[in-house]
Design a protein around this ligand. Structure first.
Ligand SMILES: [Zn+2]
Length: 295
């Protein structure tokens, strides 16, 4: 009797798995927590959203499990940053897309800027809220096109409400940065994340502690010495380091520059838990703008 029961349960489990395999694709799978926040703002409860990167993780270096990679293949839609950001994950996104899963590489839709040193496209577009507006519209359009049975009216209403909040953020940031004097607009950061913000709001990135736009690279002593000179020449008073990264290098630079330089933590690459100061994109940008203007 027990053996029969086991056989029946096994058969049921196989049947369920088979149904799951052929079921309509419903889930939206997003690579980074930041894009997850934007995607959830657009869809709300209208479709399940799974974010692969852990909250507060490093988008350059996080990886996915075999199970998560398989989930990419079954998604209704994949939303990824692209432009080389998710170094550990983009090949899985590309293979899922090649196998027929709809995929949106948001970075390719926002008018990418090149890195100043390498000329490669800079993936950190989210520091410009106007480009995030374009990204949200692109996510909305692909959700409506690719997620079966989605409630289109809900998605449109939610997106319009979020775009209004983005426009408010944009106006507020414009006012805050416009108030900075012309000789206090030089920016030094731990890692090259503010190219878009600088271009948009008229700041100058005079130096980056970690070269080549990757959080994975390490600077040489000569890189640091050169940057220390630039910091002195521009009269920089604050160096900004990402809150998720050790700021040791930024402190070494402050010592090498031989001037009094503060190291201020910013939330640049990822969101925080609810009590961490930047649980949403809108919170993150307000916190960073306050810190930059103060520094
Ligand atoms: Zn980065």
């Amino acid at each position: 009797m027990k053996r029969l029961l086991t056989a029946v349960l096994t058969a049921l489990a196989m049947l369920t798995a088979a149904c799951g395999g052929t079921a309509e694709r419903a889930e939206i799978v997003v690579t980074t927590d930041l894009l997850g926040d934007l995607t959830r703002a657009v869809v709300g409860d209208a479709a399940p959203v799974t974010v692969l990167m852990p909250t507060g993780g490093d988008p350059h270096s996080f990886g996915v499990s075999a199970k998560q990679a398989a989930g990419l293949e079954r998604a209704a839609l994949i939303v990824a940053n692209g432009l080389g950001l998710e170094e550990g994950v983009l090949r899985h996104v590309e293979s899922a897309a090649a196998a027929g899963t709809p995929a949106l590489l948001v970075g390719e839709r926002i008018g990418p800027l090149p890195y100043r040193d390498s000329g490669n496209p800079d993936p950190h577009f989210w520091t410009d809220p106007a480009r995030v507006r374009t990204a949200v519209e692109a996510i909305r359009d692909r959700v409506l096109a690719d997620v079966p049975g989605i409630d289109a009216a809900t998605v449109r209403t939610r997106t319009d409400a979020y775009l209004t909040r983005l426009d408010e953020l944009d106006r507020w940031m414009t006012e805050r940065f416009a108030a900075l004097p012309a000789d206090r607009r030089a920016l030094v950061t731990n890692h090259h994340v503010f190219g878009y913000l600088a271009a948009r709001f008229g700041l100058e990135v005079v130096g980056v502690v970690l070269p080549s736009g990757s959080a994975l690279a390490s600077p040489s002593a000569a890189d640091l010495a050169g940057l220390a000179g630039a910091v002195r020449a521009a009269g920089v008073t604050t160096i900004f380091a990402d809150s998720s990264q050790p700021d040791r290098l930024a402190r070494v630079l402050a010592e090498q520059a031989g001037v009094e330089v503060r190291v201020t933590a910013l939330h640049t690459e990822s969101l925080t838990p609810p009590d961490g100061g930047a649980p949403t994109y809108l919170d993150m940008m307000r916190a960073n703008t306050d810190a930059i203007v103060a520094g």
